[in-house]
Design a protein around this ligand. Structure first.
Ligand code: DGJ
Length: 699
């Protein structure tokens, strides 16, 4: 990556062969920032700033601008990124450019308001090993009075050309996360957002826009937001055909007070342009490993964990958990996680949240008895917490009813019989930090599953002069506490969970080591949920449990369930106490096998080959960085009419190298070019067909 700055034109150039492009913007004679180009590399000297036409009472030329950042004010009527209220009541921002600073891979372009003591900086960061660019905005209050922001986005994009774009996002819910949608934006605005306090059950904090692209070709413009709370992605297309996208903190019920002397950095946007969706997913995946995940475990394969939730629900105790742990160890599991139910007066979801002390009835000799048993079986121990919540039936709530978001005149909505703690209060933050810090200090705990199981409501916070700040401050408090806990306990891994995949976003990837994908562990549904997740999210962080086929899961064979879960970070979550000896042996075999492919799956590049919705077969291949080892996954639920006698084109390998593997008991040696262009014939007729094939380069 290189950055060129010439005559107030800034050119960011990527060097990656798969994703070579220029991202260009500049400053015009009115001191306004203008986005110039996002696409194929051109001669650096050719770029110039476009003169915009004149305006009249029926036409605003500001509306024609394509910008990196659009402040609200003057004759600007389209969507904007930045709106503030100054102490005298003025609600417009008018910026003058005042220079830039470049330092290697980072660029800062500075602006000041013409009248008010507001400084705005556009920040850019580039990376030697990635075609992804990071951008965000810094605002500073250089005066004596507070500035109140009503909108504080992280940046804006203008998509090339005037033809309409299709946007891929998700439109899911609890148990159906990451369900992909595709929407053509012909005119007007298109909004993807969250207003619930967390990020990703419904829409995703991302945009993926294209006109003519598929898995392997065509321009794909994309961006992800590093944030786990209320976000907004706001795309629009004007009458000239120009498509713009702004993204950042949601301006729904939003305010931010920037006090005298304070500076605020918006959440970061990581964005890029690739040929095809496959390159986008791979660029984002590698970027997460190299630059986003907390460094302690970024390059370490995640352990195979067992989670007790679906086996014992709230009914946890030393004896049963120890029995489960013994069996989990027998199956080759490396980390045993006890889920909900171990604390306070927790019998079901009616009581206990907030009381993070061990339930004496369930664990009469304390937690260590179980932890010692788990450790004696050769596994690490992990535990579930839901720190941002309190049950009205808890000592914490009885002592501190004022610690929740509330209005004295409103009856609180007790969704899941719980209330949201006011995380903007320093005393609440200290309480939560101390509870978890104590837990980690007193016990040999190597893993925290941090859950968050309800959206916000009755969002009063009497401690804040500007209560609409809760949305941002709450999310920031979560990050701050987790960061501090990680600092104190660098050998502890953190999983981010929110009623399944409610916080599976790039903010979570920055502060946690992995995320819980969905409470829907049905292997058939998981194919689609995981596909939607993997479009813009890293494989390694995707926890995937093999569970039982009782209750809401469909009856699928054990090997099929393992197959689907092995496409992410394999975990076990079934009731092992009910497994037959054969099933346990099968589980052990599968776990051992995953250990042999884990590095390739968790750190490799994903190439999607066949799609369950369009092809009736789901197939993908993970290829290691050197491209000398790969793991090919093929699975089908049901196929019809002999349709599935097709060549499987295997992408992602070195065209000139020879590879060998065994398929249908036959040893095959072929070049990467052959496997990609001629493919191997597959014929699938059986239900729940599943096959994982290890492919090695021939020496
Ligand atoms: C919701 C999570 O998604 C589940 O995995 C489990 O931890 C429950 N909460 C526990 O209450």
């Amino acid at each position: 990556m290189s950055i060129f700055c010439k005559n107030d034109i800034f050119i960011i150039q990527t060097n990656d062969n798969d994703c070579e492009y220029h991202y260009v913007f500049g400053i015009d004679k009115f001191q306004t920032n203008q986005q110039i180009h996002w696409g194929k590399k051109c001669c650096v000297d050719d770029y110039f700033i476009n003169e915009l036409g004149h305006q009249n009472s029926n036409h605003s030329n500001l509306d024609e601008y394509t910008q990196e950042l659009t402040p609200y004010g003057l004759t600007m009527y389209r969507n904007y990124d930045l709106k503030a209220r100054f102490s005298d009541g003025c609600r417009e921002i008018s910026l003058d450019y005042c220079g830039y600073a470049q330092d290697g891979n980072s660029l800062k372009v500075k602006f000041k308001d013409k009248h008010y003591p507001l400084e705005v900086v556009l920040n850019y960061e580039t990376y030697e090993d990635s075609s992804i660019i990071t951008k965000w905005i810094t605002v500073s209050n250089l005066g004596d009075d507070s500035i109140i922001f009503e909108k504080l986005f992280s940046g804006e994009f203008s998509l090339p050309g005037v033809k309409p774009y299709k946007f891929i996002n998700t439109n899911g819910s609890w148990g159906a996360e990451f369900k992909k949608t595709e929407t053509l934006l012909d005119g007007g605005s298109l909004i993807f957002e969250s207003r619930k306090g967390t990020s990703s059950h419904t829409n995703s904090p991302q945009f993926v826009a294209y006109q003519n692209a598929d898995e392997n070709s065509g321009n794909v413009y994309f961006a992800v937001l590093e944030y786990s709370g209320n976000f907004k992605v706001e795309a629009s297309r004007d009458l000239f055909g120009k498509t713009r996208v702004g993204m950042g903190l949601n301006d729904f019920d939003f305010e931010y007070e920037l006090k005298s002397g304070e500076t605020f950095d918006t959440p970061k946007i990581h964005f890029g342009l690739t040929q095809g969706f496959g390159n986008m997913s791979r660029a984002l995946n590698r970027f997460a490993i190299n630059h986003i995940f907390p460094r302690n475990f970024a390059n370490t394969p995640l352990p195979i964990l067992y989670n007790s939730w679906e086996a014992t629900w709230f009914d946890v105790n030393t004896a049963d958990q120890s029995k489960l742990a013994k069996l989990a160890a027998k199956a080759g599991v490396e980390l045993f996680v006890m889920d909900d139910g171990w604390f306070g007066q927790r019998k079901d979801d009616h009581a206990g949240l907030g009381d993070w002390y061990v339930n004496k009835e369930k664990f009469p000799n304390g937690l260590d008895e179980l932890i010692n048993n788990v450790n004696a079986s050769g596994m690490d121990f992990g535990i579930w917490v839901e720190p941002e919540m309190v049950n009205p039936d808890s000592d914490l709530y009885r002592n501190h009813p004022e610690w929740t978001y509330h209005y004295d005149t409103r009856t609180p909505c007790e969704l899941r019989n719980q209330l949201v703690l006011n995380m903007t209060k320093p005393e609440v933050q200290t309480y939560i930090f101390n509870c978890i810090n104590d837990l980690l200090t007193k016990h040999n705990i190597k893993y925290i599953k941090w859950d968050m199981n309800r959206p916000f409501s009755e969002n009063g916070s009497e401690n804040l002069k500007y209560p609409k700040m809760i949305w941002y401050l709450h999310t920031k408090a979560v990050y701050d506490i987790v960061d501090k806990l990680k600092e104190n306990h660098p050998d502890v891994q953190f999983e981010c969970c929110s009623s399944g995949g409610g916080r599976a976003d790039w903010g979570a990837f920055k502060h946690f080591d992995m995320v819980w994908t969905s409470d829907n562990t049905d292997a058939i549904d998981r194919i689609v949920i995981q596909d939607g997740y993997l479009l813009t999210r890293p494989t390694k962080a995707m926890r995937a449990w093999v569970t039982d086929t009782e209750g809401y899961n469909r009856k699928t064979p054990l090997d099929f369930r393992f197959h689907i879960a092995m496409r992410g970070s394999l975990s076990l979550g079934g009731n092992l106490l009910k497994y037959s000896e054969n099933e346990l042996q099968e589980a052990k075999k599968q776990v051992d096998f995953y250990k042999s492919i884990r590095d390739i799956v968790q750190f490799g590049d994903l190439y999607r080959l066949l799609d369950i919705d369009n092809d009736e077969i789901s197939s993908c291949i993970y290829v290691n960085e050197a491209k000398d080892k790969a793991v090919l996954f093929i699975a089908a639920v049901n196929t019809r009419c002999f349709k599935k006698k097709i060549p499987l084109y295997i992408n992602g390998l070195k065209e000139n190298a020879k590879y060998e593997f065994t398929f249908n008991n036959e040893k095959i040696v072929k070049s990467g070019a052959y496997l990609k262009n001629v493919g191997i014939p597959i014929e699938i007729r059986e239900q729940y067909y599943n096959n994982i094939i290890i492919i090695n380069e021939v020496e």
